[in-house]
Design a protein around this ligand. Structure first.
Ligand code: SF4
Ligand code: SF4
Length: 135
């Protein structure tokens, strides 16, 4: 079983194509849209959770790439600048998934990218602009 959060970038021509339908029906994958938007240059962008059997997952990813979709792991796109972070805690109040949380042992704010859904709320809440979401 494989379960990953990934970012899909696809050309405008594919925006209305039933990509999720094929992943579910043809590859027996669970497809969970965490975020979707059209960027100003009209590329489609989706943050999704994708899970299923290992071989089905690999075939589903191959299918996406064959459609011209660019795929990258979510944790490459959401980062924290450790030098800038002052551990003020402003971000944990807005983070909906507890990807940002207080480590009670160190009393510092820890960041777990595997829980992040790239909602960008922390980017706006962070006074020194330590959080970055780059798509
Ligand atoms: S709001 Fe910014 S500076 Fe404050 S703890 Fe969160 S990431 Fe660090
Ligand atoms: S983008 Fe920031 S606020 Fe949103 S889930 Fe990720 S860490 Fe939490």
């Amino acid at each position: 079983m494989v379960s990953k959060r990934i970012v899909l970038k696809f050309p405008h021509s594919l925006v209305d194509k039933p990509i999720a339908y094929h992943l579910v029906k043809d590859y027996d994958l669970v497809f969970n849209i965490l975020q979707a938007r059209i960027t100003p240059n009209e590329e489609g962008l989706m943050v999704v959770g994708l899970s299923g059997k290992k071989e089905n997952y690999a075939e589903g990813i191959k299918f996406l790439k064959e459609q011209g979709i660019i795929i990258q792991p979510l944790d490459q796109d959401v980062t924290r600048n450790e030098k800038r972070c002052t551990h003020c805690g402003a971000c944990i109040a807005v983070c909906p998934t507890e990807a940002l949380s207080l480590d009670r042992k160190t009393m510092k704010i820890s960041f777990d990218p595997s829980k992040c859904i790239a909602c960008e709320l922390c980017v706006r809440a962070c006074p020194p602009r330590a959080m970055r979401v780059k798509f």
